[in-house]
Each structure stands twice: as structure tokens, then as C-alpha cells.
Design a protein around this ligand. Sequence first.
Ligand SMILES: O=C(O)C[C@@](O)(CF)CCOP(=O)(O)OP(=O)(O)O
Length: 324
Amino acid sequence: MKATAKAHTNIALIKYWGKRNEELILPTNSSLSITLDRFYTETTVEFNEQLTSDSFYLNGEQASEKETLKVTKFLNLVRELSGDTRHATVSSTNHVPTAAGFASSASGYAALAAAASKASGLQLEGEELSKLARRGSGSACRSIYGGFVEWQKGTKDDGSDSYAVPILEQEAWDLSILSVMIESKQKKILSREGMKRTVETSPFYDGWLKATEEELQIAKKAIEKRDFELLGETLEKNAFKMHATTLGADPPFFYWQPATLEIIDYVQQLRSQGVLAYVTIDAGPNVKVICEPKDEQKVYQTLSEIDSVKEIFVCHPGPGISYL
Ligand SMILES: O=C(O)C[C@@](O)(CF)CCOP(=O)(O)OP(=O)(O)O
């Protein structure tokens, strides 16, 4: 059986930052994201009894052994669930500037989960599909849905209640998310390693957990009321607190570069001029600036003036999983 699925990337407004279970990828806190329209992954999975092992092609090239192993580990979960023991050929095309280190793991694993589930005859959807995607990468569980999405952390040890739920579909509230890419040569500490070290060693981590639960509730209220100023203030505070935890880790680390701070400064200047723009930052130096569509042009132009800004991708809320 063969199936192709398309999944879009998502940007966390309330961050997932820490696991309570590494193997099952269970988070310490709930998170909230917005799925983007512009960046997505298309993945085809074909199970075939002639194959003696899985093969994985990424953007038309045979992937490395390391990447292929990750896909096999994930397909083993699908084989366990479906009872289908056949190997598969997987081919993924990322319409995400991965070179820029955009978290294509979210759209990648969401598309893989959907295509593999369909090709193996499991036909998972909703919570069950979200839980399968979560086993590939935590943030992937949110890309099953479009628009605003909450990943409920759950409390059960087996993860049966840790999955994403849709909060508001993409057509209901249009926002502009400007993904600002800067030059970056710094060796990236992957989010998986970064959050592990933080959970294990940062004295600021408990403060994070307390604050993020509160900020999640405020963000959900803001979305319900379409209160952009409250949402913006909350998401920016949340991102800064997440990054503050890494400074307390042992050894300390941080993702920001001088250009990151420069962008933050420009955005604060915009706010002092009455333009509602806010920043969020993930496990890297790139900044996402969020504003209302009416201010998009002004924000875009302002950010374009910054020398260290390499490129700006303008995104809007996007759709959940689809099958081609
Ligand atoms: O997306 C967010 O909520 C915030 C972050 O992007 C970091 F800022 C974390 C993403 O972590 P992910 O790559 O999903 O980790 P995995 O479960 O170890 O694969």
C-alpha cells in the first residue's frame, strides 16, 4: 500500500520545553502553537514485501544512515500498531528552508506519521494520529491540525492522554508571522539536548513550569477574545522565560546571537511607535515576529533595514494534515 501526506510546520506561542519521559516524548508542560501556511513537508510511504529493509529519500537524495535509522525506529512503531511487518520506501520533500534550521522535524514527522498510518491500513486520525506523530518529535503532534493548536501534556505515564487538540481554525483569525533569518555559524544545540540539559540542571526550571502554565491560560483567553495585544505580550514573555532557563543550565548555553538582540530591539522600537509587533524564538538564533496583517508591510520594511537579516518569510495561519 502507498500513501502521501502533507503537513505544515508550526511555531509555538507557548513553548514545549522539557520532557517527563524521553522514550515516549511526554512533555513537562502543555504548549500552544500556530500552524504556518508557507512551510510544509510532503511524504510518501510505500510498504512492500519485496524489501529487506526500509529506505528513506529526503529531497530526492538517499538520506544518511543516521536519518534512515530514525525513520526505521518510527516505522517500527507503525508496524507494532498495524501488525504489518513489511519494510517501506519513504520519500520526503521539505518545502521548509531547512538550511536555515527551521524546525522541519515537526512537519516531517507529522507527514511521516500520517502517510505511514494510511499506507499500513491503520487510518489513524485526530488524537491517535497526534500521539503517533508525538513519538517522532513532540512539536510534530501539533501539526496534525491547522490554525491555533494546544498540545495537552497529559498526566498518564503511558502518554495515552498527551496529544494535540485544535483551538481555533486558521480561517478564524488572520495574523502575520514573519520568520526572520539571520546569518548563523554557531553550532546548534538541538532542542532535544537543550531541553534535557535545562530540565536536569537549571534552577530556573521550576519557575518556568509555573509561569508557562499561567501564560498558556492567558494565551487561550486572548485567542478566544481575539485580543492580539494580550496574546503578543504573553507569547513574547513566554519565549524570553524559556530562553532564560538555558542561562541557568550547567553548563550554561544560549541560542541568541547579536543579530537576535538587534531584531528584538527593532521590534521594541516599533511598539514604542504604536505598532503591535512581538517576538518569539525557538532553539536557534532566528526570530519570528508576529503582528496583525494591517501592520505587516511596516514591520517587514523595518526588519529589512537590519544588515544582519538575511531573509524574511511572511507566513499566515495554515492548515492541518492532508492526503494527496
Ligand atoms: O516548538 C516548541 O514548542 C518549542 C521548541 O521548538 C524549542 F523552542 C521545542 C521543540 O522541540 P522538538 O524539536 O519538538 O523536540 P523533540 O520532542 O525532542 O523532538
